[in-house]
Ligand binder design. Sequence first.
Ligand SMILES: CCCCCCCCCCC/C=C/C(=O)SCCNC(=O)CCNC(=O)[C@H](O)C(C)(C)COP(=O)(O)OP(=O)(O)OC[C@H]1O[C@@H](n2cnc3c(N)ncnc32)[C@H](O)[C@@H]1OP(=O)(O)O
Ligand SMILES: NC(=O)C1=CN([C@@H]2O[C@H](COP(=O)(O)OP(=O)(O)OC[C@H]3O[C@@H](n4cnc5c(N)ncnc54)[C@H](OP(=O)(O)O)[C@@H]3O)[C@@H](O)[C@H]2O)C=CC1
Length: 275
Amino acid sequence: MQSMFAAGLFAHQVALVTGGGSGIGLATARELTALGASVAICGRKMEKIEAGLAALAADGVPSERLFGGTCDIREPDQVAAFVGQVIERFGRIDVLVNNAGGQFPSPAETLSPRGWEAVIRNNLNGTFFMTREVATRAMIPAKRGRIVNVTAMVVRGFPGMSHTGAARAGVENLTRSLAIEWAAHGIRVNAVAPGNNIRSSGTAQYGEELLEVTRKATPLKRLGTPEEVARVIVFLSSTQNDFVTGAVWGIDGGQPLWGELWPIPEPEPQPEAKG
Ligand SMILES: CCCCCCCCCCC/C=C/C(=O)SCCNC(=O)CCNC(=O)[C@H](O)C(C)(C)COP(=O)(O)OP(=O)(O)OC[C@H]1O[C@@H](n2cnc3c(N)ncnc32)[C@H](O)[C@@H]1OP(=O)(O)O
Ligand SMILES: NC(=O)C1=CN([C@@H]2O[C@H](COP(=O)(O)OP(=O)(O)OC[C@H]3O[C@@H](n4cnc5c(N)ncnc54)[C@H](OP(=O)(O)O)[C@@H]3O)[C@@H](O)[C@H]2O)C=CC1
């Protein structure tokens, strides 16, 4: 794999990538390890983690620079245990990529309280639990760190998936708050917002038909790749942009600027206000 970054950019550094066993997370882990980082990946399913570790090993990354395990980011005890294992294994954490997340399509009016909570917990709570754990145990004591949150393109709301829209908007705001709170600790906090138009293991679950709708609604008229998202994550994770913090960078082929994202039922015209 040819990298656009300088060889050894992450030498002697340690990165933790949540959801690193597949898709954007794995592409990020591959780029970071190619640049010399030691990487820890986690997810709920061990088979995905094993597949991710195998892909990294096949790239030629030595096993002493790899660590993986199960951790559901929604569970603070599991988060604490995993972060403890990473620190025990590598002694430090320089970079945290909060990539784990996901949701399901549902109109707001039929979304159950448990369905709403499941998605808020998965995307907002989990990101906060992991971030606080890594910051307090590794980054704040070391007075250095870079955190990159992976959200989604929510500037136009997220009709059909309002739960994730709310959660991701929460993560974007958390990004800004922590960028300020932790600036004094030498920690930068940024986010990337992939469009709904990245072809990945994640979007495969939504089917080709919806992906074609999102492609057509993209000014660049193509889908993005996990590697294109990973390169921006890696740039923000590096020391090459030390004056960038609290930013949310879109990777979306111009999608927020133009076009119908996906069909929603045409609303009945509303009566004009009287008086
Ligand atoms: C019409 C608009 C469609 C827009 C499509 C746009 C095109 C693509 C854009 C894609 C952009 C984003 C891409 C990605 O995010 S890639 C990542 C893809 N992966 C996923 O999204 C999967 C992630 N899902 C999960 O991890 C889990 O399903 C989740 C954590 C969300 C929930 O798991 P959990 O174990 O907590 O859930 P439970 O089974 O305990 O259920 C809890 C309640 O949630 C309800 N639920 C769960 N799944 C569904 C479902 N598929 N549909 C409806 N409701 C669901 C469940 O019923 C429970 O509630 P109740 O007890 O009340 O029944
Ligand atoms: N692809 C796209 O177009 C877009 C993607 N995104 C976001 O980008 C991120 C990566 O998505 P992508 O690579 O496409 O999809 P994937 O489904 O391949 O990646 C999601 C990863 O997160 C892990 N994960 C999910 N929930 C949890 C949890 N509670 N605890 C720990 N790990 C978890 C999954 O592993 P496991 O199932 O084993 O837990 C999986 O490895 C996600 O947050 C996604 O929502 C946002 C916008 C668009």
